[in-house]
Design a protein around this ligand. Structure first.
Ligand code: PGA
Length: 251
């Protein structure tokens, strides 16, 4: 089996002014300066990208955005494009987060367009999928994930997707303190990897990093990371403080 370098990503959601974000980023850099065997990323709000970019440039922490619009430019009031994120210093972008699907009308079709635009701009897409509580209760988890992956990755070749990262984020575990057990996470991650293997090829399935997200904390990260198909984490609440995020990065 191929070695996959773990990725620990922090999603700061709609928290922190640019001054607060820069301060947290500085504190984080100090705490993880010697971490080499894990890729790390933080995704502050748009307004803090420039300030955080100044802090993390030339460091071992990458910068990510939480969303964008797929057109390069145009009359799209209120939107930000992938090339704009690149120019702000981003290397990663989160796409299809469940909060965007739930509150902002993000659909699989839009997610597909965003993945394409992100790749074209040279950004690493962190493509989020996950089932809701009721979908899990009614045993539709695999059906829902299959649909999200098939539609989200429609019309791509495996060569297009070499940098792709998938984040499995069960909606019932996000911000609820209810983490999926490591067994539940492994079951879904293995399912997703097999899905990618069937849809594309073995090399992509083997090299693909699949992150787990949903109430990841310093006290459950090690157990999750011990699973063979868990290649990292997408962390919300516990990424907002430098100390707790650093502990997770050092799982
Ligand atoms: P959480 O959020 O860690 O606060 O549950 C995870 C996410 O939404 O990415």
């Amino acid at each position: 089996m191929m070695e996959r370098k773990p990725l620990i990503a922090g999603n700061w959601k709609m928290y922190k002014t640019s001054a607060e974000a820069a301060e947290t980023a500085k504190a984080l850099l100090n705490l993880v300066a010697d971490v080499r065997d894990v890729d790390m990323m933080i995704a502050p709000p748009f307004t803090a990208l420039a300030a955080v970019s100044e802090v993390v440039k030339n460091s071992n922490v990458g910068l990510g955005a939480q969303n964008f619009f797929w057109e390069k430019e145009g009359a799209y009031t209120g939107e930000v494009s992938a090339p704009m994120l690149v120019s702000a210093g981003c290397r990663y972008v989160i796409i299809g987060h469940s909060e965007r699907r739930q509150y902002f009308g993000e659909t699989d079709e839009r997610v597909n367009k965003k993945i394409r635009a992100a790749l074209q701009a040279g950004l690493i897409p962190v493509f989020c999928v996950g089932e809701s509580d009721s979908e899990r209760e009614s045993e539709k988890t695999f059906y829902v994930l299959d649909k999200q992956v098939q539609n989200g990755l429609k019309d791509f070749s495996s060569d297009d997707l070499t940098s792709l990262v998938i984040a499995y984020e069960p909606v019932w575990a996000i911000g609820t303190g209810k983490t999926a057990s490591s067994i539940q996470a492994q079951e879904v991650h293995a399912f997703l990897r097999t899905l990618i293997e069937k849809k594309f090829e073995n090399p992509l399935a083997n090299s693909l990093r699949i992150l787990y997200g949903g109430s990841v904390k310093s006290d459950n990260i090690a157990e999750l990371m011990a699973m063979p198909d868990v290649d990292g984490a997408l962390v919300g609440g516990a990424s907002l403080k430098a100390e707790s995020f650093a502990r997770i990065c050092r799982f």
